[in-house]
Design a protein around this ligand. Structure first.
Ligand SMILES: [Zn+2]
Length: 143
């Protein structure tokens, strides 16, 4: 079961690692460029669940990733990975499963934020998440 922290507690407990969002290059590594293409203009060949941003340009991708990094709640998933999830409150993309429409997305998930050569993001559906409480302060959070 995932653990969740609000952004403030996650910072305080060092669950999430702040980084300089003004200089980040989200296509700086081959890995990141591949993720950017996958989630903005996929070329096909993805068999599993795939979410695609509603805007294909880099500046929108950067905006989404930075917003989620600066405001998202921390989610530590079952595999021990720390992600940031930010509820955008508007349509940000669509998810497909096996090349078929799956759901509309209204939130952003940032993964691998601790490594600036791997950090990337993709849209997710808020409905696929649950309202949780921060493990530290017990406030309700969207993650
Ligand atoms: Zn908290």
């Amino acid at each position: 079961m995932s653990k969740h922290y609000c952004h403030d507690c996650a910072l305080k407990l060092r669950v999430i690692v702040p980084f300089d969002t003004t200089t980040i290059n989200l296509t700086g590594s081959l890995y990141q460029f591949g993720k950017f293409v996958k989630h903005t203009a996929p070329t096909g060949g993805y068999n599993n669940l795939l979410s695609i941003f509603n805007r294909p340009d880099y500046s929108s991708y950067l905006d989404y990733t930075v917003s989620a990094s600066l405001s998202g709640c921390a989610q530590i998933d079952d595999s021990g990975r720390t992600n940031l999830v930010w509820y955008a409150g508007r349509h940000v993309g669509m998810s497909f499963s096996g090349s078929k429409y799956y759901c509309a997305d209204d939130a952003i998930k940032v993964v691998l934020h601790h490594d600036l050569t791997f950090i990337h993001s993709f849209p997710v559906s808020w409905e696929q998440h649950y309202i949780n409480r921060c493990l530290e302060c017990s406030n309700y959070i969207l993650a």
